[in-house]
Design a protein around this ligand. Structure first.
Ligand SMILES: [Zn+2]
Ligand SMILES: [Zn+2]
Length: 169
């Protein structure tokens, strides 16, 4: 990066593959520690800083909010930030000792792209509310209609009626 600092007009492109050091995400889906984070980045030297733009590709992992099976979701998102030379508070990011720290920029871009309601597939039917089986795996799954408690008493009586074929004509 030294060759870019304070040399407006200079530009560099890099491809980075980084193992995510910590893991991040929202409550239901995120990038796990050790996941490969692929970054295509372009660094452009401007008068007041380094303009960093690029694309990040990573797989986010979580659970389907309907059926709770594991979901792996490819995320591809673009980012662009100016890393200023000035330490002025007006800038969110600054160049420190000839370096730019891409990590928070990439993390924020990915987090914003994550869904809050990830699903395994758009038409996921969720789980059976009675027994919990995954309905997509069990087409046509259903239970017999629950017996009305008033009739349940009669059903019990039924069993006690002696079976006698001769009773009927
Ligand atoms: Zn699902
Ligand atoms: Zn069921």
């Amino acid at each position: 990066m030294v060759d870019l600092v304070h040399r407006p007009g200079e530009m560099r492109e890099k491809v980075l593959d980084i193992a995510e050091p910590e893991g991040f995400g929202n409550a239901v889906i995120g990038v796990k520690q050790g996941s490969n984070v692929h970054i295509d980045v372009r660094l452009e030297s401007l008068h007041d800083g380094i303009l960093v733009s690029g694309t990040v590709d990573v797989d986010a992992e979580g659970e389907c909010v309907r059926c709770l099976t594991d979901v792996s979701l490819p995320v591809e998102v673009e980012f662009q930030e100016l890393f200023a030379y000035s330490e002025d508070e007006a800038f969110d990011y600054t160049v420190h000792e000839d370096h730019v720290d891409l990590e928070p920029v990439v993390r924020d871009a990915v987090v914003l792209a994550l869904p809050f309601q990830p699903v395994c597939q758009a038409d996921c039917l969720g789980l059976c509310p009675q027994c919990g089986v995954r309905l997509l795996d069990n087409p046509g799954h259903q239970h017999e209609a629950p017996v009305d408690p008033r009739w349940a008493a009669l059903a019990g009586l039924d069993a006690e009626v002696p079976q006698d074929d001769t009773e009927k004509r």
